[in-house]
Design a protein around this ligand. Sequence first.
Ligand code: AMP
Length: 418
Amino acid sequence: MNFSDFDFHESLMDGIRAMGFEKATPIQEQAIPTILSGKDIIGSAQTGTGKTAAFLLPIIQQIIGSEDHGEIKALVIVPTRELAVQIDQQMEGLSYFTGVSSIPVYGGSDGVTFANEKKALSEGADVVIGTPGRLIAHLNMKYVKVAALKYLILDEADRMLDMGFHDDIQKIISHLPEKRQNLLFSATMPPKIRELARKVLTEPEEINIAISKPAERVMQIAFVVYDNQKIPLVKHLLQAKGLNSVLVFCSTKASTKELARDLRQAKFSVEDIHSDLEQKSREEVLTKFRNRKLKILVATDILSRGIDIEDIDLVINYDVPNDGEDYIHRIGRTARAASKGVAFTFVNEKSQNQFAEIEELLGRPVDKAKNPSHIGPGPEYKPRKKGKKPRRNFKGGRSFKGSKGTKASKPRGGGRRK
Ligand code: AMP
């Protein structure tokens, strides 16, 4: 489907052309007419499907003709600063010729940024894209012009709930006019998202684009390893020819820093990114990576969702992600748009069951590669079958239930900082 079929305003078509979009993606085909018709939407789509433009385009189109000058018309709530910045960049590109304004609003910056946000929010930027905490900080001060707001978008809603933002979202919504159009996007649809949708949306139309399935073009390979094989293996894989852009994901800040230090010592072009880093430094690192001035980025999975960096050659899961959703988001960083991607996952002994659960979610096993000979063979891949009781210690008769490494024993979500 061509964009000309949507009957968009000419100034918006100019932006679409300037962004190099030719044909609408499947989610755009489905969502744009529905949003233009005024209906609420619950959409499951991972990043890389074009979902950002799917909601931005019809909203810009409707704002172009709007009379309410100096009022906020659309609010996009997102889990992370990086996603706010990225959506704002697409917004800037698409709306460039339209005169529709936008501002990203996220925490962690200096007083000058806060003052600029305050100005934009009190003068009514057309589209506001923000993280929950920062939005509440502004809303509490009563100058945010939301009386004429018509559109509320919750993006990466599953991620927001994982990060503990449920109450903040409700609080923000309590400030908004009741009559508005609501769009909720989520990579996955667990029951807690359905519940949020019941509270926020009115008779939504449901749009599903490949729920919980990674991009088909990603070649996924797992290495079953002992912990002490991970560093030599990652160094070996990073030496492959033709790699320009590699993302390595670790589960914790500590392992992110440690791995980056080891790789730096081995003279790789590498930086690490996690929540200990100031926002400014995070953006600088991301810009360097985007501009190909930095080859390897080691990150906690705060980066695994929503961030749109094109043409990543390789994603390495240095640790198995906590759950399937994180895995899908991580490997979704590669094989964007037209490119093919590769994702390697290191599965240590402790995380075999966790990885088997991910394979179950994928609906198929991930191919296991043999370790390179100089690294030596890893352990056998022998995850516990689902539903099978945990092993017993026959001598003492004590159950291993709740032992380290099983999913049930791991703390999840709840606003963890990565
Ligand atoms: P998203 O899923 O919103 O993160 O978008 C992924 C990438 O696809 C972004 O770089 C967009 O600029 C790009 N994109 C979105 N829609 C289209 C389209 N119709 N044609 C080509 N690229 C697109």
